[in-house]
Design a protein around this ligand. Structure first.
Ligand code: FES
Length: 161
């Protein structure tokens, strides 16, 4: 009978020590695993209004290039992406903002004042001042951005993804 009580105490201590060890292991292990795994679960993409500065910085009737960069986080990977936007200001708050990425194979177009065209250097694609395809292989016009003006500041709506 006494031996049975002693074994029972030993079992009890074993169980308690095991349980305390398990709790400590969970307290340390769960945050450590979460710390290691959580970046892989984060995908930072999004939509955002991007400031292009004061509207008055953009001359009327002349496409003007505005550039900026954004950093995307995808798991442990951080990627910095450069954007270019041609902003064409009309009368009042009439604004056309065009992505300067060619719709053929994504080269960057440049505004050529003398030709009054956007020209793509890769395959000689040409676009009119409002972004329509004039010649070359591009399958569609330059992509426009939605714009807004608040307190004299111009914004474009950027959708990453
Ligand atoms: S990438 Fe612009 S014409 Fe081909």
């Amino acid at each position: 009978m006494a031996e049975s009580a002693e074994v029972s105490r030993r079992d009890f201590v074993t169980v308690v020590v095991g349980a305390v060890g398990a709790v400590i292991g969970l307290c340390v292990g769960i945050p450590a695993v979460a710390y290691l795994v959580s970046p892989a679960l984060k995908v930072q993409k999004g939509e955002d209004w991007v400031s292009c500065g004061p509207l008055e910085n953009y001359p009327i009737g002349v496409p003007t290039l505005f550039t900026f960069t954004r950093t995307q986080v995808n798991g442990w990977e951080r990627t910095t992406i450069s954007y270019g936007v041609y902003i064409l200001r009309g009368e009042g708050e009439q604004i056309l903002a065009l992505n300067n990425m060619c719709t053929h194979l994504s080269c960057r177009v440049s505004w050529k004042e003398d030709a009054q065209d956007y020209v793509c250097p890769c395959h000689d694609g040409h676009f009119s001042i409002d972004g329509k395809v004039v010649s070359g292989p591009p399958p569609r016009p330059l992509d426009p951005y939605q714009t807004k003006v608040e307190n004299g500041e111009l914004f474009i709506f950027l959708q990453e993804g």
